[in-house]
Design a protein around this ligand. Structure first.
Ligand SMILES: C[S@@+](CC[C@H](N)C(=O)[O-])C[C@H]1O[C@@H](n2cnc3c(N)ncnc32)[C@H](O)[C@@H]1O
Length: 396
């Protein structure tokens, strides 16, 4: 992480600009939680990308570094901002690791899509097929090559696997795959109803000791059935007898789908994991859920607006600082900051949403107007529920 130490804590006048970096405001921590020390957040912008720098004292020196929640890539932009800030202050820099900036323009990979793309833009007339946890990508590539009229979406959370697949997609010039680094348990929420032909879940991590981390759950199955067309299938393949039993129990007697079960069925393509288990003589279990129901279109709610302006920042003194747990989501106000030299303006640092995939964000209050710094959260149902609760707490 780039950072530098200065001799003095030197705060500049804002708004100002230096070397292509805009500094919009500086906010100072207010009413800080126990075990946190005074910090300053410096709102910075390069090429319209905004982020915060964090400035605080550390052992007789002052440490300036990017704020973890809002940091952007490539890292060269952050180094640039740190250097531009201290250049504006004329503070003496005691040490730094911000030299050697190589600003590589982030290469927009044509296959790799941000989750926001699926929230705001993604549309297709083609049938969709989804592979969850594609690993080496062997099965996904095989399917994509053999079904050129299908739009495939590959979901993974392991970056080296994603990079390996992207390389293969480029090398083999495959055009019908999109890749997203996102938790499959939450992804289906952004897909229209009745559009998916197949969902493959091959050799998911069994999570015997932490079953709540499993891909399959009642919520996941309901969302899968919603996005599946009539006769569309959710296909589990696993070597884990425990996972198989768990899924059979979840999938039996559903009102919208029925299951078929197989043992040691051969597929046209065998994955890396499958090869390993077969060599060890393990059984391979298949459970295929077929949807027989047409679902209503999903109205994907995206409203993260705030209803009215704040008259003052008195709530900074009263907001609860402990994590608050509700039905399926939580809200935790972590810290508050007041913007220097501006009335009724500040930052609220918070984490919220789903327990397994919490979101960390800042809420920006500028002259009483409230919005999410760096844009709205992803509209998962837990984030939307958390947002409603946040509004209630802010306005109460
Ligand atoms: C045991 S590997 C199997 C890989 C591949 N399907 C195969 O058969 O070789 C499980 C994969 O699922 C991915 N994974 C685990 N949890 C996930 C989640 N919640 N969302 C998306 N991918 C996930 C892991 O990163 C890992 O690559």
């Amino acid at each position: 992480m780039p950072h530098l130490f200065t001799e003095k804590l030197d705060l500049i006048e804002t708004p100002s600009q230096n070397n292509g970096v805009e500094f919009d405001f500086i906010a100072k921590s207010y009413n800080i939680a126990e075990n946190r020390q005074t910090e300053y957040k410096i709102s910075s912008k390069i090429n319209n990308k905004e982020f915060l720098l964090n400035y605080r004292d550390k052992e007789d020196k002052y440490l300036l570094k990017p704020d973890l929640v809002t940091r952007i890539s490539p890292v060269g932009l952050l180094k640039n901002a740190l250097n531009a800030y201290v250049d504006s202050t004329k503070s003496k820099v005691l040490s730094s690791n911000t030299a050697n900036i190589k600003i590589r323009d982030a290469i927009q990979d044509i296959y790799l899509k941000d989750i926001n793309y699926f929230v705001d833009e993604f549309k297709t007339d083609k049938e969709i097929q989804i592979e969850i946890g594609f690993g080496s990508g062997r099965h996904l590539i095989h399917q994509a090559k053999n079904n050129p009229d299908v739009q495939f979406i590959g979901l993974e959370i392991h970056t080296p696997s994603i990079e390996q697949l992207l390389k293969q997609l480029h090398l083999q010039n495959i055009e019908n795959v999109l890749v997203v680094n996102y938790d499959a348990r939450l992804f289906m929420e952004f897909i229209e109803s009745n559009q998916v032909g197949k969902i493959f879940v091959h050799f998911p991590v069994p999570w015997d000791k932490k079953p709540h981390r499993r891909i399959y759950s009642n919520e996941f199955i309901n969302e899968a059935l919603r996005v599946l067309k009539i006769n569309g299938t959710l296909e589990l393949r696993t070597d884990s007898r425990k996972y198989f039993d768990y899924c059979v129990e979840l999938l039996t007697n559903l009102p919208k789908g029925n299951i078929t079960i197989d043992i040691n069925k051969d597929l046209e393509v065998s994955s890396k994991y499958e090869d390993r288990w077969k060599k060890m003589g393990k059984n391979i279990y298949d459970v295929v859920l077929t949807s027989f129901n047409e679902d209503l279109p999903k109205n994907i709610e995206k409203d993260f607006s705030f209803d009215k302006k704040l008259e003052n920042l008195d709530l900074f003194d009263t907001l609860p600082r402990k994590s608050m747990v509700f039905d399926g989501y939580f809200v935790h106000f972590v810290n508050t900051f007041k913007i220097l030299g501006e009335e009724n303006s500040g930052l609220l640092e918070l984490t919220f949403g789903n327990f397994d995939r919490p979101v960390s964000k800042y809420i920006l209050i500028k002259n009483g107007e409230i919005s999410y710094y760096q844009g709205n959260p992803i509209p998962t149902s837990s984030n939307l529920n958390a947002h409603k609760k946040i509004k209630e707490l802010i306005y109460s």
